[in-house]
Ligand binder design. Structure first.
Ligand SMILES: O=C(O)CCC(=O)C(=O)O
Ligand SMILES: [Fe+2]
Length: 303
């Protein structure tokens, strides 16, 4: 992806979020479902993330969330008509970012000694992808809020285009003896654009934690700054079974996650996210050696 193209994508995204509120509300993620129940939240469209309770911690950002593939499942009414180039740019970005995602899946497979198609075959030809534009407005007290709270991604991999001017993305490094903590993803400078590929929860499960999904967050910008990003999340086809690949499970490395349907996992994401929890923990997907595998537990304890 060329610099001028990435620049156009971010410029168009900013232009959308700079529209008056009423113009953006045309694509609101709160809609009348026509079932007599009034207006309800649904994931696609413009707005804040789902709010479940009055005491939920809100993030300092606005979103535009759209299914991009499979193409026939797109909901055009949520795709902004203004700025006029946004739809075309998003389409083109999604085509290019899928190439990146597939290249990375192949490289990840090779790095574990498998054929290129090892992960791609498990997610399927029609892996759904969702685009999430996030706008972080200027913030008078970035010390008091999260731009975006700590989370792992609901994806096999995420292709993430970062604001080329304003940083804020941080990744949590676990303490392996050398000290852990939040580490800044640097802005490259000189107006150069940066596309990151982030490992998501579904890859952590499929690879039996050979690849781990990093916990990341965004610090809100200062009061004279704003920040925008575009993430495209690649997920397994909904009917697929999500489980540690048998090739990556053995006596020395027992399955660390239970099997479940990809759709059940993806659905659980929003419940978990609202609570600030990881989906893997919220849905209790991790194998608990003591209760789930009594035989293994007995072996570990030397019984
Ligand atoms: O804005 C960013 O840089 C990160 C966004 C993100 O992590 C997400 O949408 O899942
Ligand atoms: Fe993320």
């Amino acid at each position: 992806m060329q610099e001028p193209f990435l620049d156009a994508v971010l410029a168009s995204s900013r232009a959308f979020f700079h529209l008056p509120t009423e113009a953006k509300q045309e694509y609101s993620n709160v809609v009348d479902a026509g079932d007599g129940d009034g207006r309800k939240f649904q994931p696609e469209g413009y707005g804040v993330d789902r709010v479940d309770t009055d005491d939920q911690v809100l993030d300092w950002c606005d979103r535009l969330y759209l299914l991009v593939r499979p193409e026939e499942e797109r909901q055009p009414r949520f795709w902004p008509a203004h700025p006029p180039d946004l739809r075309g740019l998003l389409h083109e970005f999604s085509v290019e970012s899928e190439k990146v995602a597939r290249l990375v899946l192949a490289a990840m497979a090779r790095s574990l000694g498998f054929e290129d198609g090892f992960f791609a075959d498990k997610v399927g030809e029609r892996m759904p992808s969702y685009a999430r534009f996030t706008y972080y407005p200027p913030c008078p007290r970035p010390d008091l809020v999260h731009g975006l709270k700590p989370h792992t991604d609901n994806s096999v991999v995420t292709v993430l285009l970062l604001d080329e001017r304003v940083g804020g993305l941080q990744v949590f490094l676990e303490d392996d003896g050398g000290g852990g903590g939040w580490v800044d993803v640097p802005v490259l400078g000189g107006g150069r654009h940066q596309v990151l590929v982030v490992v998501g929860d579904e890859m952590e499960i499929m690879s039996n934690a050979a690849f781990r999904a990093p916990v990341h967050r965004v610090v809100a910008p200062g009061e004279a700054e704003e920040r925008v990003s575009l993430a495209v999340f690649y997920q397994p086809e909904p009917h697929r079974v999500l489980e540690p690949s048998p090739e990556l499970v053995g006596e020395e490395r027992p399955a660390m996650y239970k099997r479940l349907e990809a759709k059940a996992f993806a659905d659980g994401f929003w419940d978990a996210f609202a609570l600030g929890e990881r989906t893997i923990d919220f849905l209790k997907v991790k194998v608990d050696v003591a209760t789930d595998q009594p035989a293994a537990a007995a072996a570990v304890s030397g019984a």
